[in-house]
Design a protein around this ligand. Structure first.
Ligand code: GAR
Length: 218
């Protein structure tokens, strides 16, 4: 990497398979990418996402939450570790930990999360199952700025997929996940191009506040 590399430095936090991480790594490989992944942190050892980082030559670290006596102590160590990569943006990509207000505040306006539902619908866990149980015709995923409210920060963009008659949880989850892999790199590109901003608890895009989430990715 040249000393004049001015692409946005992105740190990705994961807890598992890391297919969204993979989508970011792949997008960052394109010569025109405005960002690069400079570090990956997992709160679980031995997960597939760590292999993906290694295969890509991206430094990765494990910070196992079970080694810490409480959430605040873990988050303090996590913030220090993330800061050591000097990121311009922190991306939660399947990072299955609730973060303290202090951590969120530290990265305010420069941390986004991908969530597998059309927020504000289905915050929390088991989103696909709950969407099926609710009988919705459309489901999807959202990328939002992270605030202290769990899955409650201002939504930047969403992808929508149909819910089909014979869907089970796994089939629906796979349909959503494939679209997540388009949504997340797109939002990170926008942020890297300085088109996105969190201001006054709202999402601003190209200098204007959004009325609602943008739709991705036509
Ligand atoms: C993705 O579906 C992501 O939206 C979800 O976990 C999965 C991670 O997959 N995140 C959440 O549920 C956060 N609340 P991946 O590890 O293959 O990217």
């Amino acid at each position: 990497m040249s000393a004049t590399d001015d692409r946005l430095r992105v740190v990705v936090l994961i807890s598992g398979g890391g297919t969204n991480l993979q989508a970011l790594l792949d997008r960052a490989d394109s010569p025109a990418s405005p960002f690069r992944v400079c570090g990956v942190v997992s709160n679980r050892p031995g997960v597939r996402g760590l292999e993906r980082a290694e295969r890509h030559g991206v430094p990765s670290r494990v910070l196992d939450h079970v080694d810490f006596e409480d959430r605040a102590t873990f988050d303090t160590a996590l913030a220090e570790l993330v800061d050591s990569f000097d990121p311009g943006l922190v991306v939660l990509a399947g990072f299955m930990r609730i973060l303290t207000a202090g951590f969120v505040e530290h990265f305010a306006g420069r941390m986004v999360n991908i969530h597998p539902s059309l927020l504000p619908e289905f915050q929390g866990l088991h989103t696909h199952r709950r969407a099926l149980e609710a009988g919705v015709g459309e489901h999807g995923a959202s990328v939002h700025f992270v605030t202290a409210e769990l899955d409650g920060g201002p939504v930047i963009a969403q992808v929508r997929v149909p819910v089909l008659a014979n869907d089970d949880e796994d089939v629906l989850a796979a349909r959503v996940l494939a679209e997540e892999h388009r949504l997340l790199p797109q939002v990170v590109c926008w942020f890297a191009e300085q088109r996105l901003e969190l201001r006054d608890d709202r999402v601003w895009f190209d200098g204007k506040p959004l009325d609602g989430p943008m739709r991705c990715c036509d």
